[in-house]
Design a protein around this ligand. Structure first.
Ligand code: FE
Length: 140
């Protein structure tokens, strides 16, 4: 699923070709017992599902893009919700025509390289559902 090298609280991570990225991150965070952290990375993907949150309905609308794209930037944070790994990730993708597609990332399939850095933060942060905005916000 992945290979990695650890340097203190920093992990350099290579996600294997054809892997579901969200699944790989969740498995990695469970394995390494990461409760709080950050993710950054680049790579290439082929199937991407982004979601757009509609504040009126308080629901996400999902859309899948089946094309080869470059991750020009992925940034996210790691917390926990009810003990489970909770990832919040945004992504900017480069298309074949060099335009960009961006949004809140639900999942994608690595198609090529997947190179990420995960920074573990010592501590514990949960998520609490906020009735007003309809989102799971940081539970400090
Ligand atoms: Fe988001």
């Amino acid at each position: 699923m992945y290979t990695y090298k650890q340097f203190g609280n920093t992990y350099f991570l290579s996600i294997e070709n054809h892997q579901d990225l969200t699944e790989a991150f969740e498995t990695f965070c469970e394995e390494q017992e990461i409760k709080v952290g950050t993710i950054t990375g680049i790579g290439a993907v082929k199937e991407v599902t982004l979601r757009f949150f509609d504040p009126k309905t308080k629901e996400y609308e999902d859309k899948t893009f089946n094309e080869q794209m470059e991750i020009s930037n992925l940034i996210g944070n790691i917390t926990r919700k009810d003990g489970d790994v909770y990832l919040h990730m945004h992504i900017t993708l480069g298309r074949k025509d060099y335009t960009a597609l961006a949004g809140h990332l639900l999942t994608c399939i690595i198609h090529g390289a997947g190179e990420f850095v995960i920074q573990k933060i010592d501590g514990d942060v949960g998520r609490i559902y906020d009735e007003d905005c309809g989102l799971n916000l940081l539970g400090f």
